[in-house]
Design a protein around this ligand. Structure first.
Ligand code: SF4
Length: 233
């Protein structure tokens, strides 16, 4: 295992797995990703950038209403029309371009077949996805893990925030360092990767907001000792 001095030695592999189990017991499985099939999950992963999930749901429902949620339809539709259909998701012009870029990549490299794409290794696919204009690391990992069942871990802003607040990281840690930390400290298990990220998102969304609500948070007992004492006093 690669040691990285940016991470607290107190957050061992055993402790990380215990935290996962605790969140799973207390919150329950999240059954991510919400979506009907791999293509819908991929489109959802692109649309969810910088917006609330309810706006994504509206956009996906509009795509379905217009029979646009297929690879051939997304390839054929005019960019301006696609942008207007997904308007509710915000940044719709950019997101329409991103969807088009992904669909072109899929057609040119895998004949438009997600099944063919799924046959390729996670490392190769990750490199390819990151080269698509508008697909960043979080979107690429979401596509790989949730749509294509590939072993990777998704990092989001909540993950960074929780690690900082618990002093599990020292100084600035980038996306890739945090992703590697999870991959190296968890068993290679798609279920764990899938549920753990979803549970972190749940904690971030419900408790670890800008103003943290530690008192009722399931990770309260994982706070550094001095913070726990402050909470109790
Ligand atoms: S205990 Fe507090 S700091 Fe930790 S995850 Fe929960 S809300 Fe955030």
């Amino acid at each position: 295992m690669v040691t990285n001095s940016k991470f607290s030695p107190e957050l061992t592999s055993a402790r990380l797995q215990k935290i996962f189990q605790h969140l799973l017991n207390v919150i329950g499985p999240r059954h991510w990703w919400p979506g009907d099939g791999a293509l819908e999950i991929i489109i959802g992963a692109i649309l969810t950038q910088n917006t609330a999930w309810k706006n994504v749901e509206k956009a996906i429902s509009e795509l379905k209403k217009r029979n646009l949620l297929s690879i051939s339809a997304l390839d054929a539709v005019e960019l301006a029309e696609l942008a207007s259909v997904i308007r509710s998701s915000g940044y719709y012009n950019q997101k329409a371009k991103k969807i088009k870029h992904f669909i072109r990549y899929l057609i040119e490299n895998y004949g438009g077949s997600l099944q063919e794409m799924e046959k390729v290794s996670v490392e190769t696919l990750r490199q390819e996805l990151l080269q698509i204009n508008g697909i960043g690391a979080e979107t690429a990992d979401s596509i790989l893990l949730y749509a294509l069942n590939k072993p990777t871990f998704v990092i989001d802003a909540y993950t960074h925030r929780i690690f900082q607040r618990h002093q599990w990281t020292k100084g600035r840690v980038n996306y890739e360092e945090l992703r590697q930390f999870f991959l190296q400290h968890l068993p290679q298990d798609l279920y764990v990767y899938n549920e753990f990220h979803a549970l972190i998102d749940y904690v971030g969304h419900h408790f670890c907001r800008r103003e943290p609500n530690c008192e009722i948070c399931p990770l309260k007992n994982e706070l550094p000792q001095q913070n726990q004492m402050k909470e109790e006093s």
